[in-house]
Design a binder for this molecule. Sequence first.
Ligand code: GDP
Ligand code: IMO
Ligand code: MG
Length: 438
Amino acid sequence: MSVASTNLAILGLQWGDEGKGKVVDLLSPKFHQVVRFQGGNNAGHTVVVDGVSIALHQVPSGALHPGCFLVVGNGVVLNLEVFQQELDRLKARGFDLTGRLLLSEKAHIILPHHIALDQWREIRADKVGSKIGTTGRGIGPAYEMKAARMGVRLGDLRYPEALVDRIRPGYDEVRLRLGPDAGLPALETIIEGLLRTAEPFLKFIGDAQGHLMASWKRGESILFEGAQATLLDIDHGTYPFVTSSNCSLGGLFTGTGLPPKAVDSILGIAKAYTTRVGAGPFPAELLDATGDHLREVGREFGTTTGRPRRCGWFDAPITAHACRTNGVDGLAIMKLDVMDNMDQVGLIVGYRTGEGTLTSKLPSCAGDWKDLRAEVKYFKGWGITRGVTDRNKLPKEAQAYLDVLTQSVEVPISYLSTGPDRHEGCVYPGTLLEPLLG
Ligand code: GDP
Ligand code: IMO
Ligand code: MG
């Protein structure tokens, strides 16, 4: 089988759940290395093979291809208990990762008190109406501890006797905040649990940066798998309603230790419509039967938490912002089939301000989103696109919709997904992915 000669980054362009897992699974056989570089088990990447779906949270989505080496970079925060469950589920389905998995010794560990703090905050915030709607997996506190220099890294597991001093400062701060009645496990219990859970992982921990650098120098191909998406990026997303990592391109470099030259091209992933889970600005949101329809047909319920996803039309300004932020070379447009058989479909071309001016500029502050109203352009609906594998066989109405979508973000489509399974989609000739999938 031919392999890629260049390194490719896969990044989400909306608020997550665009279908990154499907695309990474599809492309993985063409790459030597598949790398996660940020996020943790807040991610849920679903891969569907012959109608059977597998959800991956921290294991890179190249797992189902025995020829792929899987790397978890230093920018990831890991819940080792959940990681073990993922490995067990994969093993039960015949996928053994022994000998093809490397976890960065610089990646940080999510600990029980991080999870407790995340959930405690969300409960308190709910009472005053400032809830973010996190996944409750301790992601924010784990990154906070990292920035506060109180984090615990996988490499620290090699020095068990030093763990108590490493963990105590962060643990004590959380305890102070939550109070003695919060039911936090004792520090010793946390350390015992960590050492027990970590034992099977010790053989996988190593120098991921050095491994990737050497692989790159040997001329092997590397696929970078983004988690979350640009609008959830802590700097470039809809702050404060974001996650705690850089999910756009910058996070790839800090999260692996590779330089910008190591990335040859960038594939942006977007749904043909928009969804978001959790709180925060979402001008595209349809709080009506059309939104319910997209949710039901698209099965828009979170892979990680099972929460219903908020649904709306494709939002060109946010997706164009994500394309610019990441320097996207080509688009994978996913789930077009979910919009099949609708009388009409909409696309958000801009926002109307309180004064009535039309703008496509994204506000930087949460407060500035409040007065913006989505300006929707409507298109005639189409019949069926589900399972279409040749773009020339798309209904002309779907084609017209995609033409405007492409113009609105100024990036060409390279792959169009028309169903969850591997074979359901079209590769566009003469574009980024043709040499790999064509
Ligand atoms: P990710 O987080 O970006 O990997 O996306 P998720 O896996 O959380 O959510 C995407 C969902 O859409 C998954 O259940 C996929 O199996 C499914 N999916 C992906 N592509 C398509 C498609 O083209 N059509 C349909 N109907 N479902 C798709
Ligand atoms: P994938 O990789 C969709 C959202 C949460 C919440 C916010 C902060 O599957 O696309 P966090 O737990 O990260 O502190 O929550 O970010 N969120 C996601 N939404 N897909 C994801 O990942 C997400 N990861 C986090 O819902 O609004
Ligand atoms: Mg997901």
